[in-house]
Design a protein around this ligand. Structure first.
Ligand code: 13P
Length: 251
């Protein structure tokens, strides 16, 4: 019912040449993969060449961020219609690194989300608690406010076009993956929160990805969980062979 989605977030890595070599290798490795969607989110300067390089493969391309206005005097920003016109299909929104280093808030997540939906981009809204919030037992409170404020005023009709990524901040780039049980527990809560916002039927259609030190050796157990509908992979997506193994998870 929910098509699995395996997404790679390159963050700020790779030269143009490295991006090109990777695209050739990954295209070759995933040709013929079915029953799951594959996404690569490179730095925005590589979106156009990678859309072309992956044209004959099942790999789709997404952006790592998007601005909320369509156009205007906003030096350095890139809009949703621009990304769409390059062939990007998805867009990450509110990644914890953007919240931490670029001061993004739930309010701007909401603006970016609406702009993406309007332009026909599929938004991947990132939520997740810090280590301190987990230790203080405020994980659910944190994730709940990120979702409620981030998804404010989104219509029920648009709900199934949204993807949520649960990325506990303490698991990102640290090698500390949430256990499948911890991840499932939060994914289950996220699904109930979505049901509270959009109704149970729509919530059942929304994909919830897990992100945070996903590797070839933990993807299978994570994907076996009921409410884990895919993965958002950082470091392990930078190598085509390890990303292929994650894409070809067993389960
Ligand atoms: P790592 O897989 O490197 O922990 O990064 C996760 C992430 O932030 C993906 O968006």
């Amino acid at each position: 019912m929910r098509r699995p989605l395996i997404a790679g977030n390159w963050k700020m890595f790779k030269t143009a040449e490295e991006a090109h070599v990777y695209a050739e290798e990954l295209s070759r490795r995933v040709s013929g993969v079915e029953n799951r969607e594959i996404l690569v989110c490179p730095p925005s300067v590589y979106i156009h060449p990678l859309v072309r390089a992956f044209a004959d493969s099942p790999v789709m391309i997404g952006a790592q961020n998007v601005f909320w206005e369509d156009e205007g005097a906003y030096t350095g920003e890139v809009s949703a219609p621009m990304l769409r016109s390059l062939g990007a299909r998805f867009c990450l929104i509110g990644h914890s690194e953007r919240r931490q280093y670029f001061l993004e808030t739930d309010a701007t997540v909401n603006q970016r989300l609406k702009a993406s939906l309007k332009a026909g981009l599929t938004p991947i809204v990132c939520v997740g608690e810090t280590l301190k919030e987990r230790q203080d037992n405020t994980t659910i409170e944190r994730v709940s406010s990120q979702l409620t404020n981030g998804l404010k005023d989104v219509s029920t009709d648009d709900a199934s076009r949204i993807v949520i990524a649960y990325e506990p901040v303490w698991a990102i780039g640290t090698g500390k993956t949430a256990t499948p049980e911890i991840a499932q527990e939060v994914h289950g809560v996220i699904r109930s929160l979505l049901a509270g916002i959009f109704g149970a039927e729509r919530a059942g259609l929304i994909r919830i990805l897990y992100g945070g030190s996903v590797k070839p050796d933990n993807i299978d157990v994570l994907m076996a969980k009921e409410d884990i509908d895919g993965a958002l992979v950082g470091g392990a997506s930078l190598d085509a062979a390890s990303f292929e193994r994650i894409i070809r998870y067993r389960g």
